[in-house]
Design a protein around this ligand. Structure first.
Ligand SMILES: Cc1cc2nc3c(=O)[nH]c(=O)nc-3n(C[C@H](O)[C@H](O)[C@H](O)COP(=O)(O)O)c2cc1C
Length: 218
């Protein structure tokens, strides 16, 4: 940057059509001014490109995906995506969960049957498989905690795409359970990705805290 600027200034100095020292000095000042404007604007633009989500520059393209059965995680995901300027994708079950399906006190309810299958082996079907995962570097994945872990439809989602080389970051809402070892459980489902420690989104935190957290995965 300095070398370019110096070259421009010297060129401005020597190529003045009039040879008076006053005129050369004016050219010198003008050259330096234009160089500074150009280089500062390049610097600022580069920073903006690193922050934006269009994907052309840097490794910072973010997608917020989420599954939500009763709307709590949906609201958290929408707010999070808006705060960090990320795209949003809803993970929808082929068959939506009814109130009865979500009754954890009933051993025979759909969610109980799915979550109690040995080794979390159930794979509820997705309504669609059209997330453009390949366009992103960091994929946040939100869900409600069910039986202390992620609903198995999250496993279906992770197994339905190529997550090779992607950074996957869980976030969740719950009635009080913490994230626990959910990241390591999900890492086994997508060994080709790097699943990072997640965070709970039950409590409101500042927008800046969420932005800093999201940017820590670049
Ligand atoms: C089947 C089922 C199991 C649940 N298991 C837990 C649990 O183990 N720990 C917990 O704190 N909350 C549990 N919850 C509560 C949900 O995690 C919580 O209400 C969540 O915010 C709902 O998110 P949603 O509206 O996006 O579906 C469970 C809810 C359901 C329906």
């Amino acid at each position: 940057m300095i070398a370019t600027c110096l070259t421009r200034c010297l060129s401005a100095f020597f190529t003045g059509t009039k040879t008076s020292s006053k005129f050369r000095a004016r050219n010198l000042v003008l050259g330096a001014f234009l160089c500074t404007i150009r280089d500062v604007s390049r610097f600022v633009c580069a920073d903006e490109r690193l922050d934006d989500n269009s994907g052309g520059y840097g490794m910072n393209r973010k997608l917020v995906t989420y599954f939500s059965a009763s709307g709590v995680t949906k609201r958290a995901a929408e707010s999070f995506a808006s705060i960090i300027g990320a795209d949003l994708y809803e993970i929808k079950p082929a068959v939506p969960y009814t109130k009865e399906d979500l009754n954890w006190m009933d051993n025979k309810s759909r969610s109980s049957v799915e979550m109690k299958a040995p080794g979390l082996s159930s794979r509820p079907a997705l309504a669609d498989v059209d997330a453009n995962i390949s366009a992103y570097d960091v994929i946040f994945i939100g869900f409600p905690i069910w039986w202390y872990t992620a609903p198995t439809i999250v496993h279906t989602f992770l197994e339905s795409y190529d997550f090779s080389g992607k950074i996957v970051v869980p976030f969740a809402t719950s009635g009080g359970s913490p994230m626990g070892n959910i990241s390591s459980t999900l890492q086994k489902v997508v060994p080709s990705a790097s699943v990072r420690p997640g965070r709970m989104m039950n409590d409101r935190v500042s927008d800046q805290t969420l932005r800093d957290w999201a940017n820590s995965f670049v």
